[in-house]
Design a binder for this molecule. Sequence first.
Ligand SMILES: NC(=O)c1ccc[n+]([C@@H]2O[C@H](COP(=O)([O-])OP(=O)(O)OC[C@H]3O[C@@H](n4cnc5c(N)ncnc54)[C@H](OP(=O)(O)O)[C@@H]3O)[C@@H](O)[C@H]2O)c1
Ligand SMILES: *[C@@H]1O[C@H](CO)[C@@H](O)[C@H](O)[C@H]1NC(C)=O
Length: 293
Amino acid sequence: MGRLQKILIPFLGLVLAFGFYSSRENFKPEMLRGKRVIVTGAGTGIGEQMAYHLARMGAHVLVTARTEAKLQKVVEQCLQLGAASARYVSGSMEDTAFAEHVVKEAQNLLGGLDMLILNHIGKSYFGYFDGDVGHVQRLLQINFLSYVAMTASALPMLKDSGGSIVVVSSMAGKVGFPLTVPYSATKFALDGFFSSLRQEFSMQSVNVSITLCILGFINTEAAVKATADVILMSPAPKEECALEIIKGGALRQREVYYRYASTKIPLLLRDWAADLLDYLIRKHYNMENFKNN
Ligand SMILES: NC(=O)c1ccc[n+]([C@@H]2O[C@H](COP(=O)([O-])OP(=O)(O)OC[C@H]3O[C@@H](n4cnc5c(N)ncnc54)[C@H](OP(=O)(O)O)[C@@H]3O)[C@@H](O)[C@H]2O)c1
Ligand SMILES: *[C@@H]1O[C@H](CO)[C@@H](O)[C@H](O)[C@H]1NC(C)=O
């Protein structure tokens, strides 16, 4: 036991240090210049910030969400920041046909696709599981099945370009989190689908990368409002988060952890000390401030 630990701990340290430093260093904003990118859920939050970063890097951006007025502003801002082009398509991902329509628009307007960034989420509740099965079904449609539909329709274009799929997930998609049961379920589903698909791409020599992003608490308006005063953690900035996601996608990384210290490190406990990790997560909830809604 003692000897095993002596070997294992430095080894783990090396693996982590290697993973941390190997890719981050050689990202260049020029990697995105002229690239054709779809960003979903880009009217607000992290998606909006990703659109701005891509614009500064000189990409062609196609953004989508439901609220047209917000998308118009995002497109305007993208053009000012230097996007090669910026357009939007508005509609709801509750509808599979709409998800497929967005991909077709990339074909029609941009003639192809280099990166598909799947980021949108439907509204859920922050509270104990209320037994509403219909809600779980709707959320699976928005947070999971629309991702599957967009991936399936975009695959021919992504194969042509040797492109990338970037999937925005969460700590809640790797380990159980209380008060977000339906949300957590949809995020776990993404891991199963995209991690399996990555294996098949490798076996079939399909040169399309899949990057799964494991995010901690981020300071978007939606997240901060929903979890107000219950989660005892300071949220990380959405601007930097958005940049780390794009970097990971451009470098064709398997997964992105942001912030690294509050996501990857705790997750190391998951397989060996699951109860301890569960306990540590519960400790970050201040239930005295919780009002079930
Ligand atoms: N913020 C965090 O703490 C955090 C933590 C871990 C992971 N994440 C992940 O990061 C991603 C972005 O989160 P965020 O905090 O930036 O969220 P957000 O600000 O709430 O943005 C969600 C986006 O999705 C769109 N949307 C909502 N319902 C939709 C629907 N039915 N059809 C199509 N689009 C819809 C919204 O615009 P409309 O309402 O106009 O449609 C908005 O543009 C999500 O995948 C989330 O799970 C966030
Ligand atoms: C896969 O695609 C990437 C990016 O388009 C390219 O740099 C790389 O050379 C391709 N790899 C193979 C094996 O074709």
